[in-house]
Design a protein around this ligand. Sequence first.
Ligand code: BGP
Length: 497
Amino acid sequence: MPFPKGFLWGGATAANQYEGGYLSGGKGLAVADTLTGGDGIHGIPRKFIVEMPDGSRKEIFGSHAEVPGGAKAIVDPDTYYPSHVATDFYHHWKEDIALFAEMGMKCFRLSINWTRIYPNGDDETPNEEGIQFYINIFKECQKYGIEPLVTIYHFDCPLHLANEYDGMVSRHTVDAFTRYARTCFERFKGLVHYWLTINEININTNFMMNGVHDHISNQQNAEQARWNLFICSARAVVIGHEVDPTNKIGLMIAQMGSYPYSCNPEDVMAEVEGARDLKWLYGDVQCRGYYPSYKVKQLERDGIVIKKEEGDDEVLKEGVVDFYSFSYYNSFPMACKETLDREVGNMTDGNQMRGLKNPYLKASEWGWPIDPTGLRITLNQIWDRYQLPMIIVENGLGALDTVEEDGSINDDYRIDYMRTHIKAMKQAIEIDGVDLFGYTPWGHIDLVSAGTGEMRKRYGFIYVNMDDDGNGDLSRSKKKSFYYMKKVYESNGEDIE
Ligand code: BGP
């Protein structure tokens, strides 16, 4: 039996894309509440509407776009924001958790909405209604024997901290996060045992995720925010262990697979350097507790001096994680400048970034390369580097679904995607001996896309009737993949055909 007993089969969501109820129950505004929808297939990006220091208004396109210093993102009353209702877990949590149990889920990954607990991010006391909302959810999970896996911070920087404090650039935000994390550990003690500190910490130093202004033009800002994020994560680990030593606390990285574009040594070296910047740095720091030599050297070369506070280096050491979690959707070839200049027209999309096309791979409707073997390679690379238990906390296919006249949704393309990726996991356990303890595919119930703000880019095994313009009664129905996943989960991964 390749999958160990007690393997955490599940599904994954994030509050800013799933919960809705954006001002209900005392919740405050997050940056995510100021991002409009886009159209990924036709290349129309999401946008922010901001107020500039001189009082003028500006539209800023692209979820990773640079927001200039002093600009404040706003909610415009005449604009539609998909996250405000999202797929309304806020009002459907009981029904949804019952469906998760029916699908055989053993684990439910969700994130706590920082602004539901602290509406401005830095309030003195937490919002009790927000805390109760999550307690109810965890108790409901308990009823079905579903283990919650909680991300403390998933792309929902409080708007107040972004607009007034430049988000994660500021120590004020780090301290506010620390208080927030402590509240989560203390108030949800005994109900939650598995935690992730910061979602996709490796793609996080921008306005959308962290309220950082000028993150492209001001490298000092970006590097300071990166350091501050590491401090936040490490402090959370330390506090989580102090509050309950049985807590298991992990990092979370967008683990893009990467290959050298060719056997040209220059392409190979480009991959070594590119992969360090993109992903390994974040594991190296959070698993080992210090900045690796290649990062120290780069900062020296670039003349960046990070502002540290007393105790920072120690907390980084103490706050190393218990396990390694990651999202995996696609891989990209990496290449040296000469190759890149030659191949410049040969790019495609992927999770949170674009990259060179790989001629050996097919792609999703959104252009994301599909690479199950890359998942096996990735599991091996992480295991070789850190020897820590691993869990895949996001993976899946964003696709256009068709509802047939009889209401059925025959998503065989999604089933194929799941089957090939689960097979790769199976091989990594059975043949390579990696320590993998769970799998929570992304958006197992339809939710709003982070990259494009679309609803029609669906990942779910459970369909939610809601479209890109906010039309739909939010009713839930089971896709063909629901039954496939149920079979896989109930057989503990034995039956994947
Ligand atoms: C990851 C995020 C998720 C999720 C997923 C799918 O980067 O952690 O929040 O959204 O990607 O991406 P998208 O929604 O852009 O299709």
